[in-house]
Design a protein around this ligand. Structure first.
Ligand SMILES: [Zn+2]
Length: 465
């Protein structure tokens, strides 16, 4: 009885809020959840209700119905979660009701959402449309209720299932969007970084004759939807074995590569990035979604286990279409396994020589757009990767001696920049070394993108201790 009187009191309070708004001559819109039994709210309903409010406000705005946010009220009481706001646009209450009805009808969890409209004369703008029962999904909800077709427990279970599913989907979509934006940023940061010895940058094409800055912009725009799919895939898998995941990741990667080659008329701009960043995107998304935070060690271990034995299994096959990495591995051995070895190691080079430089800098690239600081940080990171990576792009076009010389020059260039030498001036000798030997450290550029991506994830999703 006490509960019932509390619920009635809550309903009176809601009626008073509606009346207040109509007294000012305004229409009001309100949201509540159709929850059977008691209690009518908990942490799930709270989380669900917040996502619903955001979606509802977006729908109103998209229909040119504006609300006065400063006079909006959100409460949780004995009758559950409640939201009410005055409509500030001059919209007919019947039109507002139609929008609310459509919102309920088209929403996946619409059967437990009540979006109501009260006119400026304090009358409920009712629709008279019956909602389907949440349990059997066929009968009208009122009929099932009247005939007691289902127990309260059954009805509540169905409602909580709808809510948790919606919260989960919403969370996965938000994470996917955020991870994809980091992937895009990390690629654009890398291709825009100028100067880059031997590589395509904003000002020149390095040693390349078949690609330029715009070729990279074009192929980036083509591969991003696939990285988005990998981010989403990362949120979906829970129990699948790692081998199955690799096959699924590969299928998306193969499609991305195919489209990249169509876009660039056969030029390989980003095969390495599709593979390594693709794995980083999948693994980061999976770890953040599963544990609620980003952990570089966990991401590394996941990639390593997904790509377990990849070098042994895939590098020794003698097909005609071997990659640069495969050819180098067959010629020079274990230390030169290219992107596959990097993947199998759990992105060790990217993490140890790229990500760690960014992380140690403490520079918040999420919050900054300072051109000279970011340029200097990314240049140092790239040079440090170059100084330590056995780049199969270089090895394929030259030999071990040239690769080692390149690594030493990269290290010297980094030292010069750290000692205050101007970046353009410091780059002179490494630039001419690349031109003279016709080499380009494409692998290092890929690892820079991967490093930036991982650092962005760390900045956004670190565990709050
Ligand atoms: Zn039913």
């Amino acid at each position: 009885m006490e509960i019932l009187s509390k619920i009635l009191e809550a309903r009176d309070n809601r009626a008073a809020l509606r009346e207040q708004i109509s007294k000012k001559g305004n229409i009001s819109v309100s949201l509540s959840l159709n929850i059977a039994g008691y209690p009518k709210s908990d942490t799930i309903t709270e989380a669900f209700f917040i996502t619903i409010i955001n979606e509802f406000e977006r729908t109103l705005l998209a229909n040119l119905i504006t609300i006065n946010k400063s006079e909006c009220t959100i409460i949780t009481d004995a009758d559950g979660n409640f939201y009410i706001a005055p409509v500030s646009s001059n919209t007919d209450s019947k039109i507002v009701k139609q929008v609310c009805e459509k919102f309920e009808e088209t929403h996946k969890a619409g059967r437990i959402i009540d979006a109501d409209v009260t006119t400026s004369a304090n009358k409920s703008e009712s629709s008279g449309k019956a909602k389907h029962c949440i349990v059997c999904k066929t009968n009208a909800a009122v009929d099932c209720m009247r005939n007691r077709n289902h127990s309260i427990e059954e009805v509540r279970e169905a409602a909580w299932l709808l809510m948790t599913d919606h919260i989960k989907t919403d969370k996965e979509q938000k994470l996917t969007n955020s991870i994809s934006s980091f992937a895009l940023k990390s690629i654009i940061y890398e291709i825009s970084l100028t100067p880059k010895p031997g590589l395509v940058d904003f000002n020149d094409d390095g040693i390349h004759t078949d690609m330029n800055y715009y070729t990279f912009v074009n192929s980036t725009s083509i591969i991003i939807p696939y990285l988005n799919r990998l981010a989403l895939l990362g949120t979906k898998h829970i129990d699948t074995s790692h081998t199955d995941i690799l096959t699924e990741i590969r299928e998306i990667g193969i499609e991305a590569e195919k489209d990249m080659f169509i876009e660039t008329s056969g030029v390989n701009t980003q095969k390495g990035v599709i593979f390594l960043l693709g794995l980083a995107v999948y693994a980061s998304s999976h770890i953040i979604n599963r544990y609620g935070y980003f952990d570089i060690r966990m991401v590394s271990e996941l990639i390593s286990s997904i790509c377990c034995d990849m070098v042994k299994t895939e590098m020794t096959n003698n097909t005609d279409s071997q990659t640069h990495g495969q050819k180098c591995y067959n010629k020079y051995g274990n230390k030169f396994g290219g992107a596959r070895a990097e993947a199998e190691s759990g992105l060790k080079t990217a993490i140890d020589y790229g990500y760690s430089i960014l992380d140690n800098s403490g520079f918040n690239i999420l919050k900054s757009s300072n051109r000279s600081e970011m340029n200097k940080l990314f240049t140092s990171t790239l040079l440090n990767i170059m100084a330590n990576n056995n780049d199969s792009n270089i090895l394929y076009r030259s030999d071990i001696k040239t690769l080692e010389e390149f690594k030493t020059i990269a290290s010297d260039t980094l030292n010069a920049i750290n000692n205050g030498v101007n970046i353009n001036e410091a780059m002179n000798s490494i630039n001419s070394f690349c031109s003279k030997n016709r080499i380009s450290a494409g692998g290092a550029a890929d690892l820079l993108s991967v490093s930036i991506f991982l650092y962005l994830c760390k900045l956004q999703y670190s565990k709050i201790s």
